[in-house]
Each structure stands twice: as C-alpha cells, then as structure tokens.
Ligand binder design. Structure first.
Ligand code: FAD
Length: 316
C-alpha cells in the first residue's frame, strides 16, 4: 500500500511513524527489532530505513596504501524485508544518489519492486567524509530531483535504455525537506524552488528534517503551499536526549534549538532529567502538530525506543 493511501484513509487522524537506522556492520538485528517491537502498539503504517553511503578507509595491503570502500551500516534492504515479514508494515527504504550510478540505482529499484516494496524516500545523500561538497559518482545523479525523475520514468515502464524490455514499477515517492533550510542552499526560497522541482518530478509526499520549534514547520508549510506544493508534508520529530545534543544537533543538522528547551535541559540535574525534558518538549510539539492536523508525526528514533515510546503513549 502506498503511504499516501494511508494519509487519505486516516479520516483526518494523525498517524505515528518512525525512522530507524541499520545496525553497525557485524551486529545482530535482534537488538534493533527489540527496540521496534514496543512501538508497534502505536500502529505505525510505515517504518523508514535509512541508507548509508560507503566511507573510504586507507589500509596497507601488501605494502601498498589502498583506499578501501566500507559501508559501516549496510543492510537497508534486508531490514526492510525483515520488517515486512515480522511486523506486516510498509517498509520504506531510503534510496540515495551518492555512490551510485544510474544503472546501479535502477537495479536496486528493481530489487525493491520484486520484494513488494511500494514506497521509497528519494535522497541525494551528503558529501563523502573529507569532501567539502557532494560529488556524484560518475554516471550518477547530482541532485535528488534527478532520482525522482528516474523513479517516475520507471513507474511509466521506462528503463534507462529503452531497448531493454521494461515493466512499470509502482513506487510512491517521498523526498526530504528542511524547514530551517538545507545548509547548502543560499536562501529558503531557492531551497523551496528545488523542493517544488522534486514534487513536479513526481514526489508524492515530503518528510521534514527534525525541528524543535513548531512555528518553523508551520511557516515552512505555508511557504510550500504558496508556491504550489500540494503534497502531504510530514513533520520529523526527534526527542532530545543528552545535553551534548544541544551543540551536536545544530552543528550536524543546521537547525536552532529554542532557548526554552535548552534551558530546561540545562537545568536538569542528571541524565534521566535531561531525557525527560526532551520527552516533555516533544510531547508539547506533538500535541500542537496533531491539533494542526498533520498527516503523521514521524519520529527519528536513532534505533532507540524508550523516549519515543513515552512520547507516543502521551499522544496516540
Ligand atoms: P537535494 O534535494 O538534491 O538538495 C540538496 C541541495 O541542493 C539543497 O541545498 C537544494 O536546495 C539544492 N538543489 C536541489 N536540487 C538542485 C538542482 N537541481 N540544482 C541545483 N541545486 C539543487 N542521508 C543519507 O545519506 N541517508 C539517509 O537515509 C538519509 N535520510 C534522510 C531523511 C530525511 C527525512 C532527511 C531530511 C534527510 C536525510 N538524509 C539522509 C540527509 C540528506 O541526504 C542530506 O540532507 C543531503 O545533503 C540532501 O539531500 P536531499 O535529498 O535533500 O538533496
């Protein structure tokens, strides 16, 4: 089932959904599944699974220094299959441009199609570690809108080389957006222009980067609607869990933490108190967003369930 069908058939009720990240290479899936299980009582119709690009390590092989590509968190596809089997939910793999040629992307999408996956989140991905800007693999996509176009073409039955026998896929496509602007964009207006390009290329829904100030989301949705972006815009919520995140999250995700939240985190006297402050903030955010009628609250779990479980218990 397409994600957008769930939104259409929800009767205006806000749905609960989560994003998980694959375990570090070599770890068992059991721990991750154990974190997801307690969240199933809130009936997420879909679970998103992130995709992680290769990182390069340098290693001496036979006396020669070699650059070896290592994917630290492989397994996106396998986890999607396991989720569908175990929990009977829609698994939504993230598909990234970085590190892939268009042909490799096509083959990956064919795998997803054969597995019965009907929803994907189409992303560009970040730059490689050590690079100061995103560089596509030779023959790969430079921006997410090109990936969305490729998926839309496949949905119409067109593979990259028309002489290849083709079949239509039927993907519902999500894309990313940034209420506080993507860090590379010169202005929110240009960023919105490119978001519109992704929607015009066939994106069916949008998931936002995490934000801690709902007003930023409300303003963003308004600006999207004003330029003709009509698809559902799903707010992404992350419960703040440590004092260190007050610095780390703005640095990594280019967002602002409201002073009031920072103050309540800093006034907590122990780690449990900090976590509780993060939970309470997310509950307040969630209440207001539900009241505003958002299609879903999408939680960045970082593959840990305890905070999200407390928040969901208060909201759903
Ligand atoms: P794009 O939409 O391509 O935009 C990138 C930048 O280029 C923006 O500044 C935009 O304004 C500009 N731009 C867009 N199109 C054009 C164009 N045609 N010409 C010129 N400029 C353009 N990363 C991962 O590696 N794996 C994941 O699983 C993952 N999941 C994510 C999930 C969500 C909900 C979000 C919000 C982000 C996720 N990311 C993930 C991070 C994401 O890959 C990065 O933020 C990346 O830098 C941008 O990806 P994008 O798809 O938004 O890129």
């Amino acid at each position: 089932t397409k994600i957008t069908e769930y939104f259409k058939n929800s009767g205006g009720k806000t749905l609960f959904s989560i994003e998980i990240i694959p375990p570090v290479k070599g770890q068992h899936l059991g721990e991750l599944m154990g974190h997801i299980e307690p969240l199933m009582e809130f009936k997420p119709p879909f679970i998103e699974v992130t995709y992680h690009r290769e990182e390069f390590i340098e290693k001496l092989v036979n006396g020669e220094l070699k650059r070896i590509p290592i994917r630290k968190r492989p397994g996106t596809l396998g986890i999607c299959a396991a989720l569908m089997q175990k929990f009977k939910v829609e698994a939504v793999p993230h598909v990234i441009c970085g590190g892939f040629t268009q042909e490799e992307t096509e083959d990956f999408l064919i795998d997803l199609h054969y597995l019965g996956i009907e929803n994907v989140l189409a992303l560009r991905g970040d730059q490689e570690k050590g690079e100061d800007r995103f560089i596509p693999k030779s023959g790969g996509h430079a921006y997410a809108n090109e990936l969305v176009e490729q998926i839309s073409r496949m949905n119409k039955g067109h593979l990259l080389y028309e002489e290849t026998e083709s079949f239509p896929t039927n993907f519902c496509v999500g894309v990313a957006a940034y209420p506080e602007k993507h860090f590379e964009a010169v202005s929110l207006d240009t960023d919105l222009h490119y978001l519109k390009q992704k929607v015009d290329a066939g994106a069916d829904y949008v998931v936002t980067q995490m934000f801690f100030d709902n007003q930023k989301y409300f303003d963003f949705v308004k600006a999207c609607r004003a330029i003709g972006i009509q698809v559902p815009i799903i707010p992404g919520i992350k419960p703040l869990a440590t004092a260190k995140q007050l610095e780390v999250l703005p640095a990594i995700f280019h967002l602002e933490i409201p002073q009031e939240l920072a103050k309540s985190v800093l006034s907590a006297s122990n780690p449990a108190g900090i976590k509780q402050a993060g939970i309470e903030w997310a509950i307040q955010q969630g209440k207001e967003l539900i009241q505003a009628g958002v299609p879903a609250l999408h939680f960045y779990t970082m593959s840990k369930s305890d905070s999200v479980r407390s928040i969901a218990s208060a909201l759903f």
